[in-house]
Design a protein. Sequence first.
Length: 218
Amino acid sequence: MATPKESFYEVQASTIIKNLAKRKMEGYYCANVEEAKAKLAELLARTEDGSPAKKSVAYGGSMTLDQNGFKDAAKAAGHELIVREDYKSPEEIKELKAKTVNADAFLMSTNAITLDGELINIDGRGNRVSFLIYGPESVIVIAGMNKVVTNVEDGIRRVRNVATPPNCIRLDCKTPCAVTGKCGECFGDSICCQFVVTRMSRVPNRIKVILVGEELGY
């Protein structure tokens, strides 16, 4: 029997999924990480003619992906995982960018998602949000229900004061939030350089969102 919190997540997810559809994005709800991995494999297996295909899969920086085995799940499903950590020199990084922009699928999480189906992301160099916006054939967003917010303004506040401080600590950024736990509107070693709100997908269903009924990432 579902707990009240689990039922609440299902209700929220149902609202979000309906609103994602209005914004030309696909939405799915999975009760836990294992279900989400199965859904990821299912989405990656899709082809226009129904035949099996090995796809190139890139990914953005994400604790949700790192901590819960989603990249390994894509690889285990037989796809080519573009391991960005293997590209270190300037020449290799240039090659990585080319491979990622042309990838069949791009995996990421989102810093926040509104009940109305908008994605809110704040980025440093902008590589993650750039591939969300343009390039890879398909973008699959995996997000725990802890990322849900009421509106865009609440989403930006969440990212600045809940998600960014631990990320800055993890990345050893010398920012006020890494010391105080609160956004300091800084201009120094900030990872809050690009603010992107995705209100809809210009290409229908290019962006697919897997909502997970657990707290994942920051």
